[in-house]
Design a protein around this ligand. Structure first.
Ligand code: UT7
Length: 331
């Protein structure tokens, strides 16, 4: 079977930065509380004037990834856009991005709503298609404008989230070098769907005036429940993909977990027994950007030279749904 390679990555971080100190002027909180409980110092927030919509961020990040991969936009055979904050309900944001990128090859373009696991869902789903030769290069996007869906008056949730985008171009390893996807895992548990949801604004209950008045149309989260499931699930995922690939934790050079809370990441690390030096954390800068956290963290570590070709990476995600997934790969 054809080996699968991450050929290029890119990111876009919105220009506006909101620090914990800025938030403390809006809700009853403090830099100390937020940093101690979450590891977050600041987050980037999209402009509402345009130019930084999810598809715009993805456009910028993709230009960077194409350059890194040495590819042209028309080399992309499929676009998967992972987001819970698409530009519009219709058409999907992958199609909008296809047009913005000037892709004329009529490649497949779809959105997936797997929340914070979306990027890993995308990577894992296209792996099979690349391995059998059905497609050559896929663009996987995690792009979120969560600031639109957060209740900025709710200190329990607004402190946690940020906006941003990370992308990866993943495709057939034409040189047949060491790079490959070694194993994948995807899962979900709908019994935890109330832990993190946004029930207003869909087909069941469209947004009405009362929702706007009572601010019930925003995302809502049961933080403690999410925390418990997250640590257990992330640790289980890691073990599963290692087992599937007949590898051990010692073989892993870098664990790139979803960035929801530094304490979740640390607890997961302890459950696994991984050296903390091998865990990539950047939540201090971006907060939780949902589907974008893993590709942003991966890109930064590639760019600053921590991640090198031939090393083994473990991507590990969980999110609303509850969805989850992991990927073990040789970069
Ligand atoms: O991407 C996946 C989705 N996200 C997650 O998985 C997040 C998972 N959960 C978490 O990260 C944590 O549960 C939180 C950061 C959300 C909360 O941390 P916690 O340690 O579980 O705090 P808590 O909810 O137990 O709150 C402790 C206290 C409470 O006061 P009392 O009741 O003890 O007097 C809260 O009212 O802290 C209070 N509190 C705050 N204080 C200052 C809650 N939010 C804040 C705040 N600033 N922003």
């Amino acid at each position: 079977m054809i080996k699968v390679k991450i050929k290029g990555t890119g990111i876009y971080a919105p220009k506006k930065v909101v620090t914990n100190f800025d938030l403390a002027e809006v809700v009853e909180t403090s830099d100390e509380w937020i940093y101690e409980r979450t590891g977050i110092k600041r987050r980037h927030i999209c402009s509402t004037e345009g130019g930084e919509w999810p598809s715009d961020m993805a456009y910028e990040a993709t230009q960077m990834a194409l350059k890194n991969a040495g590819l042209e936009a028309n080399d992309i055979d499929m676009i998967i856009f992972a987001s819970v904050t698409p530009d519009y309900k219709l058409p999907n944001t992958a199609c909008i991005l296809q047009q913005k990128l000037g892709i004329t090859n009529k490649c497949a373009a779809l959105d997936i709503a797997a929340a914070c696991s979306g990027f890993v869902y995308g990577i894992n789903m296209v792996t099979g298609l690349i391995k059998i030769g059905a497609i050559k290069n896929a663009l996987i996007v995690g792009s979120e404008m969560l600031s639109r869906e957060v209740n900025w008056e709710d200190r329990n949730s607004c402190i946690l989230f940020g906006d941003g985008c990370g992308v990866a171009i993943i495709g057939a390893n034409e040189n047949n070098d060491d790079s490959d996807i070694l194993s994948v895992h995807l899962g979900a548990d709908g019994s935890g769907k109330e832990f993190f949801d946004q029930p207003i604004g869909g087909a069941v209950e469209p947004i009405a005036e009362t929702h706007l008045k009572e601010k019930t149309h925003f995302m809502q989260m049961k933080g403690k429940e999410m925390f418990k499931v997250a640590t257990r699930t992330l640790a289980e995922n890691a073990k599963l993909v290692l087992e599937k690939a007949d590898k051990s934790l010692e073989d892993v050079d870098w664990l790139i977990p979803h960035q929801a809370n530094v304490r979740i990441i640390e607890t997961t690390g302890k459950l696994l027994g991984i050296d903390p030096e091998k865990v990539i954390i950047n939540i201090d800068e971006y907060a939780n950007t949902s589907a974008a956290t893993i590709p942003i963290a991966m890109h930064e570590a590639i760019t600053d030279g921590r991640i090198k070709r031939g090393q083994t990476l473990l991507l590990d995600a969980f999110g609303a749904g509850l969805t989850t997934g992991a990927t073990l790969l040789t970069y």
